[in-house]
Design a protein around this ligand. Structure first.
Ligand code: NAI
Ligand code: SOE
Length: 390
């Protein structure tokens, strides 16, 4: 079993999640595909980097991400910074021959995403984009049922991602509200997770018809680079403009003839991480809600008429990834397990010389779907989704 040295760039929320995944992955998946070594962590300043190394178990730290990318000892570059740095870091890492996992959205724009895809393709390295929610066992179980034909031909996908951490107009203007850093708002930040699941479960998008809104146009300025995700309330101090959307609604036509819709908002008081989908097929239905992530609700047309209705499957050892997780259904998994599974699948691809999905090609295609959503909202019309040039 080989060791793979990880250089992690960014020690915020995702720095924590990815560090946990590297530490815990071999505890769940044994034998591990390879042993992740937490080698170097980069942060915005030397002090932040040293603190992150101590906290997250890295051997060394730096405030210069380029030194991580150029270090011959580093095998894997993990990009967990705000979105504006993803492309520059990934392209440099690909040129240095590193395997790369980048947080989502892959980039701020489809142009950046295309350049990132071309760089990893040219370098021949393993690449992944961290849309981790599809690795929730119940979501993978939905995929298994669909592939087995258990709900027949898919007719309709209804997805949501509803949050309220920034519904208060006095929560700060973090990087997530600035187009130059984030690229877009609820669209790139949260709707993309559901777009990834829709592509995973149903297939390619052909057309969209969308509405984008910005309900809160200015917020109190925030000191510091890390996003406090609504845990800090603003003062009476100066405010700055929000130049991204905070809500997106889109209708979808899929290439296989199915239809659907996705709604994502940052203004849904009472909703926290409300990622849901309801899929109707010609032979049954599947319902998922991430806030009850150990459960999948299913209803099959073949069920006897007098007892037809949704029933709840609790995911456990017999379900996808279950053998590596906990021994009894409904013991419960958390956000961390989705990242541990993601690390496992990424390291497996590296160890076996294979590929992993979702990868930069998927991230690039999702960026093109985002483009179509923006164009549709601007033109108030159905817009064709351009296929990625792979
Ligand atoms: P954050 O704001 O908590 O952390 C970002 C960190 O990057 C900060 O600590 C900041 O100091 C650091 N940073 C900034 N410039 C840097 C530089 N030049 N060199 C090294 N470090 C630098 O942000 P968060 O929530 O961790 O988001 C990071 C990425 O992860 C984003 O792309 C975001 O969209 C994505 N994300 C994905 C999630 C998922 O469920 N897959 C969940 C949360 C975020
Ligand atoms: C904030 O909306 C956020 O942290 C997103 O950036 C993540 O992608 C999501 O999974 C959790 O919420």
């Amino acid at each position: 079993m080989q060791n793979l040295n990880v250089g992690l760039i960014g020690g915020g929320f995702m720095g924590k999640a990815h560090s946990l995944a590297y530490a815990a992955m071999p505890m769940f998946f044994w034998p591990a595909p390879a042993m992740p070594v937490r080698k170097t962590i980069a942060e915005a300043t030397d002090q932040l980097a040293a603190e992150a190394a101590r906290r997250f178990g890295f051997e060394q730290s730096t405030s210069d991400w380029r030194s991580v990318v150029e270090d011959p000892e580093i095998d894997v570059v993990d990009i967990a910074t705000p979105n504006h740095l993803h492309a520059e870091i990934a392209i440099a890492a690909a040129k240095a021959g590193k395997h790369i996992i980048s947080e989502k959205p892959l980039a701020r724009t489809s142009q950046e995403a295309k350049a990132m895809y071309e760089a990893v393709k040219e370098a021949g390295v393993v690449h992944a984009v961290a849309f981790n929610y599809r690795r929730t066992p119940a979501v993978a179980l939905a995929k298994k049922y669909i592939e087995e034909g258990a709900i027949g031909r898919i007719l309709n996908f209804r997805g949501t991602y509803l949050q309220d951490w920034s519904a208060d107009p006095n929560s700060p203007l973090s990087w997530r509200f600035q187009k130059s850093i984030a690229g877009s708002g609820a669209l790139g930040d949260i709707a993309t997770h559901v777009i990834d699941m829709a592509r995973y479960l149903v297939g390619d998008f052909s057309q969209v018809n969308s509405i984008l809104s910005t309900w809160i146009p200015e917020r109190p300025l925030q000191a510091g680079g890390a996003d406090a995700l609504g845990t800090v309330r603003g003062s009476d101090g100066p405010r700055g403009d929000v130049d991204v959307d905070d809500e997106v609604m889109t209708m979808i036509r899929f290439s296989n003839g199915a239809v659907g819709s996705i709604e994502a908002t940052r203004n849904a008081y009472g909703r926290n991480n409300f990622i849901t989908f309801e899929i109707h097929g010609s032979e049954g239905s599947i319902v998922f809600n991430y806030e009850r992530r150990d459960e999948l609700q299913v209803c099959f047309a073949s069920d006897q008429g007098d007892r037809r209705g949704f029933r709840t499957i609790y995911t456990g050892p017999v379900h996808p990834y279950g053998a590596a997780l906990w021994p009894i259904p409904a013991l419960g998994i958390g956000y961390g397990e989705t990242k541990i599974i993601e690390a496992h699948d990424f390291f497996t691809a590296i160890a076996e010389g294979g590929t992993v999905s979702p990868n930069f090609a998927d991230g690039y295609q999702i960026a093109l779907i985002d483009d179509a959503i923006v164009q549709s909202a601007e033109s108030d019309a159905w817009v064709d989704v351009q296929p990625a040039e792979l």
